[in-house]
Design a protein around this ligand. Structure first.
Ligand code: PEP
Ligand code: MN
Length: 261
């Protein structure tokens, strides 16, 4: 495929792998940014805020796996172009989801980390193909996947040679509807024990609510997670996807301060 190694740059330091980055910076990382890239204005406003809080990572979906085909499907390539602009302007490490194996090349060209969403954790041909590239992969746990299956999914990627993987617990489906999914923090501790991969917790998709996010961020840190993901929007109530769970700027700031305290 002719792909060159993506470098992760934080405060002028270059890291070649996510593992290196998480361990050298020895920091609990916060991946913030909107559920979906919606417009130039939105993405720049959110990136400005994320940068002002000294966060290193920025997320934003350009291709959205939506339950209903009638809902906003993402800006596609235009969204990726905006993410590339953000990455260059603010020196943020960008994360965006791939939903189609045919988009690997374009993802590599536009973002630093390729996210495999929950719905694609068992898309083995996609996982294998991502194993043949050097770009870091953020692998989310499947909606209904066991911890063993989650580790096997990472092995599909690693088998091809790409061991630059960060594991992401994002909650699983259970009978309980108090949260959007059931956050399984034991998964974090187990993955940390079984692998040497960084593990993060996606608090937005696991909880689907904001009122307990600070407590669960602290719990994530306490059980050994290397970071969290928290969807953030300049105007959450007007968001085109996941409006209820996205943090406002004030809420993100409170979360970051609480973690640093
Ligand atoms: C996302 O992070 O935008 C997303 C769709 O998450 P998940 O795959 O965990 O549902
Ligand atoms: Mn979302």
């Amino acid at each position: 495929m002719g792909i060159s190694m993506n470098r992760l740059i934080v405060e002028n330091r270059k890291f070649h792998t996510l593992q290196e980055m998480f361990s050298v910076s020895n920091n609990f990382q916060v991946i913030a940014g909107p559920c979906s890239v919606e417009s130039e204005e939105q993405i720049y406003t959110v990136a400005e805020k994320v940068k002002s809080l000294d966060l290193a990572f920025f997320r934003g979906g350009a291709y959205k796996p939506r339950t209903s085909p009638y809902e906003f499907q993402g800006m596609g390539k235009e969204g990726l172009i905006l993410l590339k602009q953000i990455k260059e302007k603010y020196n943020l490490i960008t994360v965006s989801e791939i939903i189609d194996i045919r988009n690997i090349e374009i993802m590599i060209d536009h973002v630093d980390i390729i996210q495999v969403g929950s719905r694609n954790m068992t898309n083995f041909s996609l996982l294998s193909e991502l194993g043949t590239i050097n770009t870091p992969v953020l692998l989310k746990r499947g909606l209904m996947s066991t911890i063993d299956e989650f580790v096997y999914a990472a092995e599909y990627i690693a088998m091809g040679g790409n061991e630059n993987i960060v594991m992401c617990e994002r909650g699983i489906r259970t009978f309980d509807s108090a949260t959007r999914n059931t956050l399984d923090l034991a998964c974090v501790a187990i993955i940390k024990e079984r692998t040497s991969l960084p593990v993060i917790v996606d608090l937005s998709h696991s909880l689907g609510r904001k009122d307990i996010i600070v407590q669960m961020a602290k719990a994530s840190r306490a059980c050994g997670a290397d970071g969290i993901m928290a969807e953030t929007h300049n105007c959450p109530e007007k968001a085109l996807s996941d409006s209820r769970q996205q943090l406002s700027f004030d809420e993100l700031e409170k979360l970051v301060l609480a973690i640093r305290a």
